[in-house]
Design a protein around this ligand. Structure first.
Ligand code: GRF
Length: 192
C-alpha cells in the first residue's frame, strides 16, 4: 500500500506513523513526504526514515493549480493510493480532491466541529472547555470540515497551559492517527 504524507512543520506525527508502520511490519510504504516549507524539521525526519522528500514552495508555481498538478503527477507516477496530511498548513483544492476522493486524511488537535483552524489547542484553552481532543477526518474543500473518521477526548486540567495541553494532545494524536489509518485501509480492503 502506498501512501504520501504532506507536512509543513515539526513532523512528530510523520515520525509516529513511520515508526508504527515499521514496528508492526505493515505492508505500507510512505512513498513521499510532500513539504511546502524548505526549513521544516519534518524534512530531516523523513530523510532519517529514507522517505523521498518533495519540497517546493507554492510561490515557485504559477498558481495553486499548477502546484497541486505537479504534486499529483508525482503521486500518480508512484501509484500513491492515500494521502495523509500531518500538519500540512494549506487548504487542499480540487486538483487533489478530485484525484483522491475520500482518500485524503487530516488530523486536527480539537474535537471538530469545535475549534477549527490553525490554533485549535489554544482556542479550546482560551474558551475554558473542560474537554478537548483530537479528530481524524476526511478532507474536503473546507477548513477542517470533512466527514469525521475518529475522535478521542483529552481532558483540560486546571493547571494546564498551552505547552502541557499540547503535549497531551500530541501523545493522543500519535496513536490515534495510526489506528485510524489502519482502520481506513481495512475498510477500503487494502489491509487485512
Ligand atoms: C498537529 O497538532 C496536528 O493536529 C496539526 O498540526 C500539528 C502537526 O504536528 N494538524 P507535527 O508536525 O506532526 O508535530
Amino acid at each position: 500500500i502506498k501512501i504520501a504524507v504532506f507536512a509543513s512543520g515539526t513532523g512528530t506525527n510523520f515520525v509516529a506513523l513511520a515508526q508504527h508502520i515499521k514496528h508492526h511490519r505493515l505492508p505500507i510504504q510512505i512513498t513521499h513526504l510532500i513539504c511546502d516549507q524548505p526549513q521544516a524539521t519534518v524534512i530531516t525526519r523523513a530523510r532519517e526514515f529514507k522517505v523521498p522528500v518533495w519540497v517546493h514552495q507554492l510561490k515557485e508555481f504559477k498558481d495553486k493549480t499548477e502546484y497541486e498538478q505537479t504534486i499529483l503527477q508525482c503521486l500518480q507516477e508512484d501509484q500513491v493510493q492515500l494521502i495523509v496530511l500531518a500538519g500540512y498548513m494549506r487548504i487542499v483544492t480540487n486538483t487533489l480532491l478530485n484525484a483522491y476522493p475520500r482518500a485524503i486524511l487530516n488530523i486536527h488537535p480539537a474535537l471538530l466541529p469545535a475549534f477549527p483552524g490553525r490554533h485549535g489547542i489554544e482556542d479550546a484553552l482560551l474558551a475554558g472547555v473542560k474537554i478537548t481532543g483530537v479528530t481524524i477526518h476526511y478532507v474536503d474543500a473546507g477548513v477542517d470540515s470533512g466527514p469525521i473518521i475518529a475522535q478521542q477526548p483529552v481532558k483540560v486540567l486546571p493547571h494546564d497551559d498551552l505547552a502541557s495541553l499540547a503535549n497531551r494532545i500530541h501523545q493522543v494524536e500519535h496513536q490515534l492517527y495510526f489506528d485510524s489509518l489502519c482502520q481506513v485501509l481495512q475498510d477500503k480492503k487494502l489491509l487485512k
